[in-house]
Design a protein around this ligand. Structure first.
Ligand SMILES: [Zn+2]
Length: 346
C-alpha cells in the first residue's frame, strides 16, 4: 500500500486541469492545495498560521517555545504542466517528519510558501515582515541528473548558484542569398553560431558552471537574405563568487548586477550530513542550479540547508515526467526527520 506521503502527493497532483500539475501562484489550484494541507496540519494537531502573504505555517509548539523555531517545507504552486514532486514533496515530507517526531525541545513547523515558481513571492514577503525561524531545512526533487549519474539517492546542497543574464549583438552585412559569393559574405548568423559554441566551451572549462544561449533573433530574417544582425541571449551560472567572476570574465559579460551565489550550510546542513552518515550512505554535495525559498531565507540570515532526492527519467523537472522512486522518497523523509530531530532537540 502506498504511504500517506505518496497518497498526499497524489491528492495535490490531482488538483487542476491536466496534463501534469497546474497550480500557478495564487490561483484556485494553489489555494486548494493550501486548504488541503492546512486540513492535514489541523488533523495532525498543528497550530496553523496563514500569514499576510498566504504562506502556511503549521506549528507543533516545543517544550521550550521561547527558543528559535525549526522550520521545514517548500512550496505548493507549480509551473503549467509541472511534475508531481517539485514543491509538494518538501511540504509533505516536512509534515510527515513533524507528525512522526511529536513535541521536541524547540517548536517545529511544516511550511508552505506561496508562489515560489515566479520569484519566491511568499518567502520574500515573509522575510520582509519578519517572524522567521532559527533554522530552515528544505527537501526538494533534484531537478537534474547528477545524483542518478553518481548512483546516490541524496545530496546535501552546498549553495544556490549565482547568475547573470546578458544580450549580445553580432553585426554582419545583409545581402542577396543568390548573388553574393561565399567568400564575399559577412554573415552575422555564422558568426553567432561560432559564438554559441565558444560560450558552451567556456562554461565546460569551469567546473560546475553552466551557460545557455536560449534565444536568437536573426535580422532581417528572410529565407533568401544573408543575416545582417543577430541578437542572442546568454544565461550564465556558477556555484561560487570566484567561478562566477571567472565565467563572466571569459564570456565578456559585465559582472555588475549579477545575482551572487548563496551559500547554504551551518547547523541545518551539519544535521543533514549526520543523518545521512548515520545510515551508512555517502554524503554527496551539490550546488543547486535553480533558485529556491531556502536561498531567500539564507540571504535573510536564517541558517538554511537543502536535501535533494534523486531524480529519475534523466533528471527531468517542470514536466509530468518528473519522477523519484518511492524508496528514495522514503529514505529522504527518514533523513529529514532525523535532521529535524537533531535541530529541534538541541
Ligand atoms: Zn520547487
Amino acid at each position: 500500500m502506498a504511504s500517506d506521503l505518496e497518497q498526499r502527493l497524489d491528492a495535490i497532483y490531482e488538483i487542476g486541469e491536466g496534463p501534469g500539475a497546474n497550480r500557478p501562484g495564487y490561483s484556485d489550484g494553489e489555494d486548494e492545495a493550501h486548504r488541503l494541507v492546512a486540513g492535514w496540519m489541523g488533523e495532525a494537531g498543528l497550530e496553523v498560521e496563514v500569514d499576510g502573504d498566504g504562506n502556511l505555517v503549521g506549528r507543533l509548539p516545543g517544550l521550550e517555545p521561547e527558543l528559535p523555531e525549526v522550520w521545514s517545507g517548500s512550496h505548493l504552486d507549480s509551473v503549467p504542466q509541472g511534475g508531481r514532486f517539485d514543491g509538494p514533496l518538501g511540504v509533505l515530507g516536512a509534515l510527515e517528519a513533524v507528525e512522526r517526531l511529536g513535541r521536541r525541545r524547540r517548536t517545529l513547523a511544516a511550511v508552505a510558501f506561496r508562489e515560489e515558481e515566479r520569484g519566491c513571492v511568499g518567502s520574500h514577503g515573509r522575510v520582509a515582515r519578519a517572524g522567521l525561524p532559527g533554522a530552515w531545512v528544505e527537501l526538494h526533487h533534484e531537478q537534474g541528473p547528477r545524483l542518478a549519474l553518481e548512483g546516490a539517492p541524496l545530496a546535501v546542497v552546498t549553495g544556490i548558484v549565482g547568475y547573470k543574464r546578458a544580450e549580445r549583438v553580432i553585426e554582419g552585412r545583409a545581402g542577396h542569398a543568390g548573388t553574393t559569393p561565399m567568400d564575399a559574405r559577412d554573415d552575422a548568423l555564422v558568426a553567432a553560431a561560432e559564438e554559441v559554441l565558444r560560450i558552451r566551451d567556456v562554461a565546460r572549462g569551469i567546473e560546475g558552471a553552466v551557460a545557455t544561449v536560449g534565444r536568437l533573433e536573426v535580422e532581417p530574417g528572410g529565407v533568401n537574405v544573408i543575416p545582417g544582425r543577430v541578437t542572442l541571449t546568454i544565461d550564465a551560472r556558477a556555484p561560487d563568487d570566484e567561478r562566477l567572476a571567472r565565467l563572466l570574465d571569459a564570456l565578456a559579460i559585465d559582472p555588475a548586477g549579477a545575482v551572487p551565489p548563496t551559500p547554504l550550510g551551518g547547523p541545518p546542513a551539519d544535521a543533514l550530513r549526520a543523518a545521512i552518515e548515520g545510515r551508512g550512505i555517502p554524503v554527496v554535495e551539490l550546488a543547486s542550479g535553480a533558485g529556491h525559498d531556502a536561498g531567500v531565507l539564507a540571504r535573510a540570515g536564517v541558517p538554511s540547508a537543502m536535501l535533494f532526492v534523486r531524480a529519475l527519467n534523466g533528471g527531468v523537472s517542470h514536466s509530468p515526467d518528473e519522477l523519484s522512486s518511492p524508496e528514495d522518497v522514503a529514505l529522504a523523509v527518514d533523513v529529514l526527520t532525523d535532521a529535524l530531530d537533531r535541530l529541534a532537540s538541541s
